[in-house]
Design a protein around this ligand. Structure first.
Ligand code: C5P
Length: 283
């Protein structure tokens, strides 16, 4: 086998809490993460050359691309002799949107390289390599419903979340993750998520309990110029969403629905005003 195509599923933060600033400049987080069906397709092909060629829609396929960095980390950490690679990414997940699009492509690249070159590599070793590429990448390697702690790399898989349809809507601006983290003063954060309540609701398979605990602490420190996030949340709520939240460092907002028809109706209404609106669901 010299080529493989894998889906790189997007993620949502059902909760995101910031516990403390660390000595290394990162923050200790507590996040309940969920994989959704919206995905990029990542095709990795082994080639005779010795370089890495990466095509990634409008995003540069150079050494700054997380998929390329993942491939470099894979060869450096596993001792597998580097070979030429062609990485072709069909992008559907909006970039800089809080859905870990770049991290998901990196994770799919790592999983593809393991399948092609070192199938015996254990999952925890692949997650260790993933953490060298970015804080979200280990979760993206594992997927499903999980609690992510530490920088984001300490993972505990959870019972699969109850099924929900998801309407996603990305406003027409980007939010820089380092910029948003730089505004955090942990002692001044208010209205934090009830992470332990969320974990219990997940354990019980209690859809209402899960929906009522969806919360992202970043919303409390969002600069005024990003107020559209709250307008979209309000609109989703009026359109029957059982929970609404920004995901990650934003700006994408999601609404959760148990009823597919209600989700579809909300999707149709929002997509009339926002080009980047998606109807998807938990996987
Ligand atoms: O690890 P990654 O490169 O994805 O992180 C991007 C930026 O987000 C970091 O440079 C840091 O500013 C911030 N960050 C943080 N704490 C985390 C994860 C990310 O402060 N746990």
């Amino acid at each position: 086998m010299t080529s493989i195509t894998l889906p790189a599923y997007a993620k949502l933060n059902l909760t995101l809490d910031i516990l403390r600033k660390r000595e290394d400049g990162y923050h200790d987080l507590q996040m309940v993460m969920q994989t959704i069906e919206l995905h990029d397709d990542v095709t990795v092909t082994l080639t005779d050359g010795d370089g890495i060629i990466c095509r990634c829609g409008d995003i540069p396929g150079d050494e700054t691309n997380l998929a390329v960095r993942a491939a470099r980390a894979f060869f450096a950490e596993t001792g597998v002799a580097p070979c030429g690679l062609d990485i072709d990414i069909v992008k559907r997940i909006p970039a800089q949107a809080g859905m870990a699009g770049g991290s998901e492509d990196a994770a799919a690249t790592l999983r593809a390289l393991r399948k092609l070159l070192k199938p015996e590599l254990p999952g925890d070793e692949l997650e260790r390599i993933a953490a060298l590429v970015g804080s979200d990448v280990p979760y993206c390697v594992r997927g499903g419903t999980a609690l992510a702690e530490g920088r984001g790399e300490r993972l505990t898989s959870l019972r699969s979340a109850p099924p929900f349809y998801v309407v996603l809507c990305k406003p027409d601006f980007d939010i820089s993750t380092p910029m948003l983290f730089s505004r955090v003063k942990v002692s001044e954060l208010w209205s934090r998520p009830d992470t332990s309540g969320m974990l219990e609701a997940m354990h019980r398979g209690d859809a209402g309990g899960v929906a009522s605990r969806v919360k992202n602490v970043f919303e409390t420190i969002l600069p005024k110029e990003y107020a559209e996030v709250f307008a979209i949340k309000e609109r989703l709520r009026r359109l029957g969403a059982e929970a609404t939240s920004m995901t990650g460092s934003g700006p994408t907002v999601f609404g959760l629905y148990r009823d597919e028809a209600a989700a579809r109706a909300a999707y149709v209404k929002l997509s009339a005003d926002h080009a980047q609106t998606f109807l998807t669901r938990f996987v």
